[in-house]
Structure formats: structure tokens, C-alpha cells
Ligand binder design. Structure first.
Ligand SMILES: [Zn+2]
Length: 318
């Protein structure tokens, strides 16, 4: 069964509650991205639906399996991903549904994956039902920070605050999940993720989707490493046009994302966040323009060798 790593005190408290059947009807699960909120929510939901006599959730009964596979009809996600906020209409729809008895489970569980995006009206609409719910109803509220919810909601929920993992635990988990990666790469992702396993995993997966040359470009550009950039560009002179163009396009995309990071948007590529942290918007914009010019030349039949040569001059790393 799925396991929540670390968080020993939190797990001990929950195990005691599971064993004595003292489950609350409303939990507020708080932690940043990649901290295990969804894992914990699934474990809680399975414990609520599990039909085993003891040691719930057993992970093997039909009810547990349906929860863990994400197909339990009484585990309902309350969200409208197309919208920026969780609206009062979305909450009202869930509220109307609460009064319909569970399909097959012991409880009917409402999972609100981005509770912090409920506006005050939506939170107040939710409050009405968590104050006096039917006895089979349960609510799992996920948020990046508990204080982003109204005190009236918080006072009715059992808070479950997720903690970062220790380095030993984190590195062991990463080594098991990414057997092909070297220790140094794992340690690097771990230190950047600051203890949040899910973030480290995402960094390692992102790293796979970026070309190694793009990672090298981000490193050299972020560190103003003129020699590194030359060492990167010289071998590229021998690439074919159709190999070089997608690479330069990815570099341009990286710089666009770095600019977005500087404008305060979340960066989905760690490499872009790194560039965004170390280079100003003007510097990234200048490099982006150089890359676009290089791509135009490449399309206009200028040779890859000449284009890479021009880039060595244009890409200002000082
Ligand atoms: Zn079970």
C-alpha cells in the first residue's frame, strides 16, 4: 500500500485514532507542493471506508482498493480545474450532494484539493455543511498553508501539518525511485527541494525532459560562465540544422520561463528558476533575442557552424 514517508508523530496520532475508531469528519491537511498531502488524503479516505476489523486501512479489502485506485464512488473531488478559484457554486453543488446517502461506502468523503483557493463566500458555504453534516459525511481539505483558510473553518477541522523528510530518508526514497540516477544528481535535487520528496521527484523527472545541452546552457548562463558556454557551443557547430533548431528553441523557451519567474510567476522548470534567480530580466531578454535571431538565420540557410559562432559573440554572459 501507499506509504507516507517520515512524519512519524503525525502517523502515530492517526494510527491511534484509526485503532480506536476516533476519526474526525473534517481534516485540514497542510503542506507545500510535493509534501504528501494527496498520499495522506488517500490513506485517510481508505481508513474511513475500510471494512477490515482491525489495522485499518488494510489496503486489501475492496473498499480500500477502490479508494487507493481512485475509483471509489463515495470519494468525491470538489474542484473545477478550469477555474482560478474554487467558486461558491462548486461548493454549493457538493453541499447539495452531501444529503444523498453513500453509494456503497461507510462514509461519503469530499476531497477539496486546493482548499486555499476557495474565496470567502465559498468557505462560508462550506462552513454551513461542516458545522452540521450528516453522520456519514467527511471532508478532507488540502492547502499549502493552514492560515490561508478562515479561522471558522480551521476551528472545525483537525489540523494535519506535514513535515519535510530527513536527508537520509529522502535520499533513500529517491534512490529507490530513480535507480538509474547517480548519487550526486539525487543529492542535488534533494538539496534544491528542501526536504519535500515530491518536489525532488519532480525536479528529477523535469531533468529528464530537458536536453542535457539545455541544462548545460542554463548552468553556464546562470553562472556567467563564458568558457562553459564556448565549450557547449563549439561541438554544436557540427550538428545538423534539424538537430540544432529544436535545441535552440528549447533554450529560448527556458529564457521565456526565466523571464516569467522574474515577473513573479511560478517556474515549472527548475533550470528556468535558476536562471531567473541569477540573471536580470534585461539580461535574459537580450539572450532570448539573440537566440531568436540565431533561429531565423538557421531557417534562412545559414550554416549551423556560423550560427553557433555568432551565438558565442551574441550571448552576453558578462
Ligand atoms: Zn481495507
Amino acid at each position: 500500500m501507499e506509504r507516507l514517508l517520515g512524519n512519524e508523530r503525525l502517523k502515530a496520532g492517526l494510527s491511534a485514532a484509526f485503532a480506536s475508531n476516533r476519526l474526525s469528519h473534517c481534516y485540514l491537511i497542510a503542506g507545500p507542493a510535493g509534501s504528501g498531502k494527496h498520499t495522506l488524503a488517500r490513506i485517510l479516505a481508505a481508513a474511513m471506508e475500510c471494512t477490515a476489523g482491525s489495522r485499518r486501512p488494510c489496503g486489501v479489502c475492496l473498499q480500500c482498493r477502490k479508494v487507493l485506485d481512485g475509483v471509489h464512488p463515495d470519494l468525491i473531488t470538489v474542484d473545477d480545474p478550469a477555474k482560478k478559484t474554487v467558486s461558491v457554486e462548486t461548493i454549493r453543488k457538493a453541499r447539495a450532494d452531501v444529503y444523498i446517502k453513500p453509494n456503497e461506502g461507510l462514509r461519503k468523503i469530499y476531497l477539496i484539493p486546493r482548499a486555499m483557493d476557495m474565496n470567502p463566500a465559498a468557505q462560508n458555504a462550506l462552513l454551513k455543511v461542516i458545522e452540521e453534516p450528516p453522520d456519514y459525511a467527511a471532508f478532507l481539505l488540502l492547502t499549502d498553508a493552514a492560515e490561508r483558510l478562515l479561522p471558522t473553518i480551521r476551528s472545525r477541522a483537525v489540523p494535519l501539518q506535514l513535515a519535510p523528510l530527513s536527508e537520509t530518508e529522502g535520499l533513500a526514497a529517491l534512490a529507490a525511485r530513480f535507480p538509474g540516477k547517480g548519487r550526486e544528481e539525487l543529492a542535488d535535487a534533494w538539496s534544491r527541494a528542501e526536504g519535500w520528496l515530491g518536489q525532488a521527484e519532480q525536479l528529477l523527472r523535469e531533468g529528464e525532459s530537458l536536453a542535457p545541452e539545455t541544462q548545460a546552457f542554463a548552468d553556464a548562463f546562470a553562472r556567467r560562465d563564458k568558457l562553459g558556454l564556448t565549450e557547449l557551443l563549439v561541438p554544436l557547430e557540427r550538428k545538423k540544422r534539424e538537430e540544432l533548431a529544436p535545441l535552440l528553441t528549447q533554450w529560448a523557451e527556458l529564457l521565456s520561463r526565466a523571464l516569467a519567474v522574474r515577473a513573479g510567476q511560478p517556474g515549472r522548470w527548475e533550470a528556468a528558476r535558476r536562471v531567473g534567480r541569477s540573471r536580470t530580466s534585461a539580461e535574459s531578454l537580450r539572450a532570448l533575442r539573440s537566440l531568436r535571431r540565431a533561429l531565423e538565420l538557421l531557417q534562412g540557410n545559414v550554416s549551423p557552424g556560423a550560427v553557433c559562432g555568432a551565438l558565442q559573440v551574441w550571448l552576453d554572459v558578462n
